[in-house]
Design a protein around this ligand. Structure first.
Ligand SMILES: [Mn+2]
Length: 338
């Protein structure tokens, strides 16, 4: 922390870097840093290699995130990621070398990753934090960085994002203590909840599309896996309006007996992706994604195959592995009535 503190003190222009899969934690952390360090008279640029998804655009300031590193800066802070795999855009756009030429700080709570970034000058990477926002709160608290009401609200948003509203098992006693402190710093949770709900509203045609996804849902592994496939045509028509996975996955997990919800996407150029979510009884999402070359958390993960030779075969491989992991789970603990 001392090292991080002095690197920040020495810098005037700081770039906050998100990975190619921005979420409420990474964006909340980035915006919190922007406010915090801005209050310390630092110049801040927010970078992300991809567009901020629409469902996150309820966070004021999302539109300040840019896709190019500035020509001049003297420190970078990477939030919520610590693997090369999530920074393909930097590589593709030949900006990785430029980033590496500067001192870099990594703040992340993904403790176990492949291809760990190896150029950080200082880092805090610790799985005990429910979110990068929680890590950042501790860092600010200990280094004396200012936490305004706005900063507190971004930190709270990032914690609520990764803990799904303090409901999943990333949430620790410390997470609640940090939430309490953020309330004391002025964060208004009910207001944040309203903002988030407002942002997740759908237009009527998406509501109807949801019905179609529900009727297209299939089951595997004796009803323990619910899955649906979204073809390119649907992606063209509906993806700009709403992420199909977010539209239906929570409902899939509400079906009795279902432990895994998978939304596959088939692209005409051969790309094949899946978003995987699991119930608290089945913390196997990351393991399943790993088999398919992806990764993530125990209850939320995904994979992407760039040039998939056969969608059918990939789907079968994924579903077979899901069934296998589920039966291992059943072997490990007594089966409850459902
Ligand atoms: Mn996170």
């Amino acid at each position: 922390m001392e090292e991080i503190k002095s690197l920040v003190e020495a810098a005037t222009h700081i770039v906050v870097v998100q990975a190619d899969n921005p979420d409420a934690d990474s964006l909340g952390s980035a915006l919190a840093l922007e406010h915090m360090l801005g209050d310390m008279d630092k110049q801040i640029t927010l970078y992300c290699g991809v567009d901020i998804p629409t469902y996150l655009r309820y966070m004021p300031g999302w539109d300040r995130v840019v896709r190019d590193l500035p020509k001049q800066f003297d420190l970078a802070i990477i939030v919520d990621a610590s693997t090369y795999t999530l920074f393909e855009q930097l590589e593709k756009t030949k900006q990785l070398a430029w980033l590496k030429s500067k001192p870099v700080i990594v703040l992340d709570h993904h403790a176990v990753v492949e291809n760990r970034l190896d150029f950080a000058k200082a880092s805090i990477i610790d799985g005990k934090y429910a979110s990068t926002g929680q890590l950042l709160y501790e860092l600010a608290d200990k280094t004396g960085w200012p936490i305004s009401k706005q900063t507190a609200e971004f930190l709270m948003t990032s914690i609520l994002g990764d803990t799904q509203g303090l409901t999943n098992d990333l949430t620790s006693a410390e997470t609640y203590r940090v939430m309490a402190s953020l309330v004391e710093h002025g964060a208004d949770r009910p207001m944040l909840e309203d903002l988030r709900r407002e942002a997740s509203k759908m237009v009527p045609e998406i509501y109807k599309y949801k019905a179609r996804l529900i009727s297209d849902t299939k089951f595997a592994a004796d009803g323990a896996v619910a899955y649906v496939t979204v073809p390119q045509q649907d992606l063209n028509e509906f993806s700009p309006l709403y992420n199909p996975a977010a539209l239906i996955q929570f409902d899939m997990l509400q079906i009795i007996g279902v432990k895994l919800a998978i939304v596959f996407k088939r692209y005409d150029n051969g790309k094949y992706t899946a978003a995987i979510r699991s119930t608290t009884q089945a913390p196997i999402a990351a393991k399943l994604a790993d088999t398919m070359g992806g990764g993530g958390h125990p209850h939320a993960s995904g994979f992407k195959i760039e040039n998939c030779k056969s969608f059918g075969e990939a789907e079968k491989k994924c579903l077979d592995r899901a069934a296998e992991l589920l039966s291992e789970l059943d072997g490990n603990r007594p089966r409850l009535h459902n």
